[in-house]
Write a protein that binds this ligand. Structure first.
Ligand SMILES: *[C@@H]1O[C@H](CO)[C@@H](O)[C@H](O)[C@H]1NC(C)=O
Ligand SMILES: *[C@@H]1O[C@H](CO)[C@@H](O)[C@H](O)[C@H]1NC(C)=O
Ligand SMILES: *[C@@H]1O[C@H](CO)[C@@H](O)[C@H](O)[C@H]1NC(C)=O
Length: 439
């Protein structure tokens, strides 16, 4: 009896499978008779997915993990450029990246008549794969009619492959790529100016030598410049891991900019900007001090040079003691220091800005009470406690809000300059001396 039940179960199961098979056969033989239209609607989608080679190392911005056996080699190569060169070399020069734009940005339509741009990329002993991945990503993800040329400025590299081999390679690309070579190591700013001077596009875009541009990176930047010729714009900058080359989407809650030593830094977006954008995150964030990433020529070349020059800064020497203001490498909220002038720049270089702020990096000298100490606070551009008027005849630095003068440190605190009622004494006289960028 029990055996009969087993048989029934087996038969039923088989029957079900037979029916399923018949159904599948019928379905597919039906499909054989499908017209072309139906065929096309199905296959190309598949084909596109496959041909997009999302399989290779690092495709779609995925991390590349080096197998255990190659870890030693990886560590060795890491030293060359301070990033995982082995991983970088495994990734295609034209690798795919995810589209990380906010939805509101993906659907934005830009006018056809945006200004065109030349891209300037400065490199020094850059790795082949990172440099060319930068170039390929620019070419592949910029609308062709907006991209005039790529100008590579070689800041006196020594690596063999960056010479003839690079010349030959860029010749094969579909966008004009020019290579300028500095005769001697000149630094980023001078190399950029040299590149900028050689461009012919309406807008100059400066990029680092190891970045990758994503879909739609260029149009919004150019659109802002079209709205306002004097705009200096900077995109959201995401991060590529130096370990795995994974593409990690950044945030519009921070922005990249340059401090007053022209070093790249991340800054949080201030609340007033969040408020101004009223939740529309496709609007740009606005700042006073993001350094020139974009510019137009010819006035902008001048602007850039001016910018480099206005970062020409000064030492502030006390006439009485012959010592200098010195930030002592201290941080925000700490007191500014005072030390023997060493003439080496560094911590004794301040900018005296057009707004009459005394800046060191992105901090401003600030005094909040009478006879108070001078502390270094984030520059707020609201004048107030951060305004010092330099009198070129009396050589005084008048703190306007308190109507007191900057004075050398008191006896009891030798290292900290203070405010005192203006007396005309030598301890309140300061010499500002320009330090030029080329010095
Ligand atoms: C990269 O280039 C190769 C060769 O030209 C091509 O086969 C591949 O599809 C490209 N990959 C992407 C993501 O465009
Ligand atoms: C860039 O735009 C200007 C002004 O429209 C035009 O004269 C120039 O030919 C353009 N350059 C290229 C290479 O398209
Ligand atoms: C320093 O440079 C500024 C701006 O270039 C100039 O106005 C000023 O006169 C210079 N001061 C000295 C002491 O050379």
């Amino acid at each position: 009896m029990r055996r009969f039940v087993y048989c029934k179960v087996v038969l039923t199961t088989s029957l079900v499978w037979v029916l399923v098979d018949v159904f599948l056969l019928l379905y597919f033989s039906e499909c054989n008779k499908c017209d072309d239209r139906k065929d096309r609607s199905l296959l190309p989608a598949l084909r596109a997915v496959m041909s997009r080679s999302h399989e290779g190392p690092g495709e779609m911005g995925k991390a590349v993990n080096i197998p255990k056996d190659d870890q030693e080699k990886m560590k060795e190569l890491f030293k060359i450029n301070q990033f995982n060169l082995l991983a970088s070399d495994m990734i295609a020069l034209n690798r795919s990246l995810p589209d990380v734009r906010l939805d509101g940005c993906k659907t934005k339509v830009y006018n056809d008549d945006l200004p065109n741009t030349s891209i300037v990329i400065v490199f020094h002993n850059e790795a082949w794969s990172t440099l060319l991945r930068t170039v390929h990503s620019v070419i592949n993800r910029s609308p062709r009619h907006l991209l005039v040329e790529v100008v590579l400025v070689d800041d006196a590299s020594e690596r063999e492959f960056l010479m003839k081999k690079l010349d030959n390679y860029v010749r094969t690309l579909e966008v004009p790529v020019r290579i300028l070579r500095m005769e001697q190591r000149s630094g980023l700013i001078r190399a950029r100016l040299r590149g900028a001077a050689a461009t012919t596009g309406q807008v100059i875009t400066f990029l680092d030598a190891h970045c990758e541009c994503t879909m739609g990176w260029l149009e919004p930047l150019l659109a802002r410049i079209k709205e306002d010729r004097t705009a200096v714009v900077c995109p959201i900058i995401d991060v590529i891991s130096d370990e795995t080359f994974e593409y990690m989407a950044g945030s519009d809650m921070t922005y990249g900019g340059f401090n007053w030593k022209l070093n790249f830094r991340w800054y949080p977006v201030p609340q007033r900007e969040m408020d101004r954008r009223k939740g529309d995150r496709t609007l740009p964030v606005r700042f006073g001090n993001v350094a020139a990433m974009f510019s137009e020529r010819p006035p902008h070349i001048a602007f850039l040079e001016e910018r480099a020059r206005s970062s020409t800064r000064t030492t502030i020497r006390n006439v009485e003691s012959n010592q200098c203001l010195d930030n002592m490498g201290r941080k925000e909220n700490e007191k500014v220091g005072f030390f023997n002038c060493h003439g080496m720049g560094g911590n004794q270089v301040f900018s005296y800005t057009a707004d009459k702020e005394i800046r060191t990096d992105d901090l401003c000298l600030d005094v909040s009470r009478l006879n108070g100490p001078v502390v270094m606070l984030k520059c707020h551009h609201m004048k107030g406690n951060q305004v010092f008027e330099y009198d070129t005849e009396r050589l005084t630095l008048l703190h306007v809000n308190s109507n007191q003068c900057l004075d050398m440190p008191l006896e009891e605190d030798k290292m900290v300059p203070t405010l005192r009622d203006c007396s005309g004494g030598r301890s309140q006289q300061w010499l500002l001396r320009n330090m030029t960028l080329n010095a």
